[in-house]
Design a protein around this ligand. Structure first.
Ligand code: NAD
Length: 499
């Protein structure tokens, strides 16, 4: 059985706890490896040596730190296919999608190449008579990154890039389902010139996370995962006096107005609803057609598109649209939720349950499912399904559709399809959701903006990556300085005998 280790002080270190988490190949259902879960002592030792390494790294000038990002970017590009394969092997997503996972992380590293400009301070000349003020951004120290299973490359890169280039050391605790990509990224960072100890990958579960949350040396916690855990981590980190930004789950709605191009809307819904088996925090999981005619026409366009989707292992190459879900437990939960939708009276238009793929009978596959006539009180509406299931909630007016989105607990992403600029503008302005797409289904902002939801999709006040990340990973020190009259006012310049 392959054993996955930690990455401590620039090398792989075998875990000593005797506790492991199993890693499956989601396409075959086979147990392919186990990852060691760190003990408190192992975690503490990793934090101590990160704290020592951070001092020299923080003293390294920002341009040199940025050069490490440049080299890391180059190495990620050179290793794109290997990284993508590793992502697919543990996660199950298709290879083109896995490349996208790496690419969207790489783009954050590209922004980090220009970090010195982001880390510049402020200066006021003559804020008072002979008084100047300046503010500098200084690194926090050792920070923690805790990441989910669904983007094994992108989210660790979102965390490590801005934190490291700002002069911090990081303890990265990747998802115990997909740890290998983080380990490979740590190796590439070392090859790029990152000093040993500045990035430690410590594998673990709740015990390790709690150790990070309670350790006095950890100054900030960047978390991405489900909402209950995000809220828990935010609370415990804050109680312990740490900065925290915790990004949670989602239920993203797409409004389809009667004037929308329905072919384009249907294509967008299929891609955004079923891509990566719906395991994206920016997946569209609720279609909201406005008007019964729009709804009927939309369903008619969706059904053949959904029935034509090909599901299979990533090894089938470009031939598959999406792969398996992450575990058997995830598959059971998703299919259980579909059953609850049927029992609660929603119309199951396409039923993806019971899919068997020849040669991969034990894989965690579930086909695409489409519901119509979903209502607010149903579990399939209220819960994040995180699977290939699209729910349709019919509405009779724009106001009703907007209110539906506004009333939802989550506020990660949303989209509107319309030909009318006035409606689109009104929607973007009024909706209480952090990321909005106009005729654009998955509005993940580019890396020089920043990513963050509202409501129960995020806890904390700053977004991840982009300018916000540099604020999160640095603290401001403001100096007010005055110099009393000195040598220019008549200091002694000549060599004189001592009296
Ligand atoms: P998860 O919350 O189960 O796990 C995330 C991380 O938290 C993992 O590293 C895990 O080890 C740790 N963890 C799990 N249970 C814990 C506990 N009880 N105490 C402390 N730590 C714990 O999430 P997941 O299943 O890996 O990822 C899917 C979720 O992540 C979905 O809800 C999805 O919407 C969300 N997500 C959000 C974003 C975003 O930016 N908002 C991005 C990607 C995924």
């Amino acid at each position: 059985m392959k054993e996955i280790h930690h990455w401590i002080d620039g090398k792989e270190v075998a875990g000593k706890s005797g506790r492991y988490s199993d890693i499956y190949n989601p396409a075959t259902g086979e147990l392919q490896a186990r990852v060691a879960l760190a003990t408190a002592d192992e975690l503490n030792a990793a934090i101590d040596s990160a704290a020592r390494a951070q001092v020299g790294w923080a003293a390294t000038n920002p341009q040199r730190r940025a050069r490490v990002m440049m080299k890391l970017g180059q190495l990620i590009n050179e290793n794109m296919d290997k990284l993508a394969e590793l992502v697919s092997l543990e996660h199950g997503k298709t290879l083109p999608d896995a490349r996208g996972d790496v690419q969207r992380g790489l783009e954050v590293i590209e922004v980090c190449m220009g970090a010195p400009a982001m880390l510049k301070g402020e200066f006021t000349d003559n804020g008072g008579p002979g008084i100047d003020l300046y503010a500098m951004r200084q690194p926090l120290g050792v920070v923690a990154g805790i990441t989910p299973f669904n983007f094994p490359a992108m989210i660790p890169l979102w965390k490590m890039g801005p934190a490291l280039v700002s002069g911090n050391a990081m303890i990265l605790k990747p998802s115990e389902r997909v740890p290998s990509t983080s380990l490979m990224l740590a190796k590439l960072a070392q090859e790029a010139g990152l000093p040993d100890g500045v990035l430690q990958v410590v594998n673990g579960d709740k015990e390790t996370v709690d150790g990070l949350l309670d350790h006095p040396e950890i100054q900030a916690v960047g978390f991405v995962g489900s909402t209950p855990i995000a809220q828990y981590i935010y609370g415990r980190a804050a109680t312990n006096g740490k900065r925290a930004q915790c990004f949670g789950g989602a239920k993203n709605h797409m409004l389809i107005m009667p004037d929308a191009d329905l072919d384009k809307a249907a294509d967008a819904l299929v891609g955004a609803g079923f891509g990566a088996a719906g395991e994206r925090c920016m997946a569209i999981s609720v279609a909201v057609p406005v008007g019964q005619k729009t709804a009927d026409a939309l369903i008619e366009k969706l059904v053949p598109r959904i029935e034509a989707l090909k599901v299979g292992p990533y090894t089938s190459g470009d031939d598959v649209d999406f792969g398996p879900v992450i575990t058997q437990a995830a598959k059971d939960r998703i299919e259980g939720l579909i059953e609850s939708g049927v029992e609660e009276g929603a119309k199951l238009v396409v039923d993806g349950r019971g899919l068997k793929i020849q040669g991969y009978e034990n894989g965690f596959f579930t086909g695409p499912s489409l519901f119509d006539n979903v209502t607010r009180d149903m579990r399939i509406y209220q819960e994040e399904i995180f699977g290939p299931v699209l729910s349709t909630v019919r509405t009779d007016s724009y106001d009703e559709a907007l209110q539906l989105v506004m009333d939802n607990d989550y506020g990660n992403g949303t989209a509107i399809y319309t030909a009318d600029g006035d409606t689109a503008r009104d929607f973007a302005s009024r909706v209480n959701v952090g990321m909005v797409g106009i005729n654009f289904p998955i509005p993940v902002p580019l890396s020089y903006y920043s990513f963050g939801g509202w409501k129960k999709s995020a806890f904390g006040d700053l977004n991840q990556y982009g300018p916000d990340a540099f604020r999160f990973y640095t603290k401001t020190k403001t100096v007010t300085q005055r110099w009393f009259s000195g040598i220019k006012e008549g200091g002694e310049f000549n060599f004189k005998a001592m009296d």
